[in-house]
Design a protein around this ligand. Structure first.
Ligand SMILES: Cc1ncc(C[n+]2csc(CCOP(=O)(O)OP(=O)(O)O)c2C)c(N)n1
Ligand SMILES: [Mg+2]
Length: 797
């Protein structure tokens, strides 16, 4: 018996395709090409997924499922939500415009429930896999109540599979026994520029099977399956199977008459095949040839609803790019838009009267009442919004760090976590750490020893059982709190992205902390940006950093990361010099990660901390003598605001030294040397160039808007310096990070830092080589500040 939902679903599919196409056509914000014509908007890419998304959203999905939609199918997504009353006409009319519906589904900017943002192809795909692992993590820890397990679904373009991060994710998923993950490949055999290689399906299939996935191929729609059963049908099937992608696309574009000519030329036998072809009109023949599995509702429903296990599944769904539109199949259709005339024809075909383009039930063959009744019961939307929240966990007033006379910030990080693990409590229990094969070398070892590694099934540590002495316990259990990853940094950031959305996706708060070597931030940078873009909340701890890791060699040195820390939206960057600062930063961060408030910026800093965000800590392995000091509330506040005077300049200061991070001893030494010849030299400890700069920018904007009183932290700090006082800034990173300090009040500045790759040697060798040692600082001070030359200058190398 035929599925009673099919007639309504077919109507809805038509409506969804219409609304998406109209949204694009109607939008004023599509970029004009050189002829002044509008292009772009992804009409063809959207159409390709219209049937699949209808089957999923309107029938197969459950409320607990979550979806990452191929970025350029956003108009279909918005159309579905509009149909369900979750998107507004106003936003669709303003598609791609200021505050309109987004070109690519966006969790933060769209009003409809985008489960996972997409845009940079490949990342949303991997996000579903990691989100599924997070679901396992949450369930294994006994959280999440009795909500059934959801399927994490990605709708993927076939050319999207070129992105390497997808394969990295597959490998990681295999290691962790990923479940409940569905990847639906929109196999339209077209990318942006071209038609994809022949035989790609075969590679895809073998690859997924190699990683333990089920593969369901949806190649022939039900019309085709029926035709194959007719006399001569076998030969038609053989022809389809051997038809090159380019030709299939070209004929699809040309339509029924072209199909007829080509099929008759190739297959005409004046017998059964000829009859099979001839008994169909051009339109019917075209419909038959475009009736691929991915455009066949009965096949799609059967495939999706037939899955009763939790193994990961790849659906390889054959589709037509531009399905149902005059652009169908044309290799240049990626940015193609229907002409006015084509749109008029499409409108007429959909029985939409002028002025009724946005009417939900316009032109549909079934009664509105019947369709409304169906929409009211669509399972996926039945439980209301899919966004959850979770209360913020309390954070202890102080974090212990077991500070020793001499230690590194990296060791301090390990210590803070170790103390937290020991202390226990709700925060410690919700922390989940993760690292790409650098757990031990980034000092997560003590934490992992106490809290264990996560796996759904327990695994003993054989070394321990065999009584072989080792510093590291490596025990896996469902209660473990560390997710060990392979080396791929992309996976680290997407895992952080998934963990950092747990409160919103699964309603359970996690505090994710990921560690990696600082230079490899660049390896995962797009995924980091992606995680921030969808407002995932996590702490990334990057260590070791800069050239200070000296003998480890040039390949592992990082130069640009402080600038990344400053410029990455959604990420607040700190670089401590001392462990007591780090403990303050981590404590503050645990609260900051959990905030999602609104409100005006703080008038002291001009930072908008109530909104919360993620945090990046750039740490070092350099052993540094720790200051013996009491942590006062004022000092705490200044550390978080981004800077404090380690030595306050006197009223006659001719120069101040501003430093960040591991070069603190050099800055302190330089100030000592300078003090012999200059009075009142100041030493500014910059704990966050990012926050200091952001506050300054924000205060400036506030002043431009008429708030003349607005003053930021850095403006106050430097406000008492005399007009001709010089500033020397220094850090183990790109000098531009701090080079703006002189512009705050117009002081002359010399900015020291690292600009070149790759020397190896001792810290002293390298600091001398790059000009960030005490001698270089003194030289720069001499050049920046008026007055007599300072003594103790050695020649610069
Ligand atoms: C990382 C990244 N690189 C490039 C692009 C630009 N881009 C958008 S869609 C596309 C082609 C996608 O082809 P496919 O995945 O087959 O989807 P289809 O257009 O066929 O629907 C490209 C190159 C992007 N969005 N992200
Ligand atoms: Mg494609």
């Amino acid at each position: 018996m035929s599925d009673p939902r099919l007639p309504i679903l077919a109507e809805l599919e038509k409506k969804i395709l219409w609304l998406a196409s109209w949204t694009i056509h109607n939008a004023n914000h599509i970029r004009p090409n050189d002829d002044g014509m509008k292009v772009g908007g992804h009409q063809a890419s959207s159409a390709s997924l219209a049937t699949i998304m209808t089957a999923l959203y309107m029938a197969a999905l459950k409320p607990q499922d979550r979806v990452a939609v191929k970025p350029h199918a956003s108009p279909i997504f918005h159309a579905i939500n509009y149909l369900m009353g979750l998107q507004t006409r106003e936003k669709l009319e303003n598609f791609r415009g200021y505050k309109g519906a987004q070109s690519y589904p966006s969790r933060t900017k769209d009003i409809d429930d985008v489960d996972f943002s997409t845009g940079s192809v490949g990342l949303g795909v991997a996000q579903t896999l990691f989100s599924s692992l997070v679901q396992d993590y949450v369930k294994a820890h006994g959280w999440g109540g009795d909500t059934p397990e959801g399927r994490m679904v990605a709708l993927i373009g076939d050319a999207e599979l070129d992105e390497g991060n997808i394969f990295e994710a597959l490998m990681e998923g295999w290691k962790h026994g990923v479940r409940n993950t569905w990847w639906v490949i929109d196999y339209n055999r077209q990318s942006l520029d071209a038609v994809v290689r022949e035989g790609l399906y075969d590679r895809i299939e073998q690859m997924f099977r190699a990683f333990g996935w089920d593969v369901v191929t949806l190649k022939y729609g039900s019309l085709q399956q029926a035709a194959f059963k007719e006399k001569g049908g076998e030969r038609l099937k053989a022809w389809i199977d051997s038809c090159p992608n380019q030709l299939y696309s070209a004929l699809t574009f040309q339509g029924g008459a072209a199909w007829r000519k080509r099929l008759m030329d190739d297959l005409g036998d004046q017998g059964p095949v000829t009859r099979l072809i001839e008994k169909r009109s051009d339109a019917e023949l075209s419909a038959l040839m475009c009736n691929l599995g991915g455009h066949d509702l009965p096949s799609l429903l059967e495939a999706f609803e037939g899955i009763t296990h939790d193994r990961p599944v790849c659906f390889l769904a054959y589709t037509v790019k531009g399905f149902g539109l005059p652009l169908a199949g044309h290799k240049d259709n990626h940015a193609g838009l229907m002409t006015k005339e084509q749109m008029e024809g499409f409108k007429a075909a959909n029985k939409v009267r002028p002025g009724h383009e946005w009417d939900l039930f316009e032109g549909l063959a079934l009664p509105e009442k019947e369709i409304r009744a169906f929409l009211d019961k669509v399972p996926f939307f039945a439980k209301g919004r899919r966004r959850h929240s979770a209360p913020a966990l309390p954070v202890p007033a102080r974090l212990g760090a077991g500070i020793q006379a001499t230690m590194s910030t990296q060791a301090g990080f390990g210590k803070v976590l170790d103390e937290l693990a020991k202390l226990g409590g709700p925060l410690a229990d919700r922390i989940v750490t993760t690292a790409p094969d650098v757990t031990v070398s980034t000092n997560l070892g003590p934490w992992v020893n106490r809290r264990g590694l996560f796996a759904r099934a327990s695994m003993a540590d054989t070394f321990k059982d065999e009584r072989i002495p080792s510093m590291q316990k490596w025990e896996f259990s469902p209660k473990g709190q560390h997710i060990e990853l392979g080396i791929a940094e992309m996976n680290l950031f997407i895992n952080l992205s998934a963990l950092g959305l747990s409160h919103s996706i699964f309603g359970e708060r996690l505090i994710p902390i990921g560690t990696l070597y600082d230079p490899f931030i660049s390896r995962g940078l797009d995924a980091l940006n992606y995680a921030c873009y969808q407002d995932a909340r996590f702490m990334v701890v990057a260590t070791p950093a800069g050239v200070t890791l000296a003998p480890e060699g040039g390949a592992h040195q990082s130069i640009a990361t402080p600038l990344i820390g400053m410029s990455q939206d959604g990420l607040c960057a700190f670089e401590p010099a001392f462990v007591d600062e780090l403990a303050v930063m981590m404590r503050w961060s645990f609260e900051y990660l959990q905030k999602d408030g609104e409100g005006d910026p703080d008038e002291r800093t001009w930072l908008r901390d109530e909104t919360g965000g993620s945090v990046y800590l750039r740490l070092s392995t350099r052993q540094v003598e720790q200051p013996k000091r009491a942590m006062t509330p004022e000092l705490e506040r200044d550390i978080i605001d981004g800077a404090y005077w380690l030595r306050k300049p006197g009223p006659n200061a001719s120069v101040v030294i501003a430093y960040t991070g591991a070069v603190a001893p050099e800055a302190i030494e330089a100030v000592g040397l300078l003090a012999e010849d200059r009075r009142d030299v100041g030493l500014l400890a910059i704990t966050s160039a990012d926050r200091l700069n952001a506050g300054w920018q924000a205060a400036e904007r506030a002043r431009q808007r008429g708030n003349h009183e607005a003053t930021s932290h850095v403006e106050r700090l430097l406000g008492d310096l005399q007009r001709d006082c010089g500033i020397v800034s220094v850090l183990d990173g790109h000098p531009a990070t701090l080079a703006w300090l002189g512009s705050v009040h117009g002081h002359r500045q010399k900015a020291l830092g690292v600009e070149h790759f790759g020397q190896t040697g001792t810290v002293a060798d390298l600091y001398r080589h790059f000009g960030i040692d005490a001698n270089a600082i003194v030289h720069a001070a001499n050049a920046a500040a008026p007055g007599r030359p300072v003594r103790y200058l050695k020649a610069l190398p």
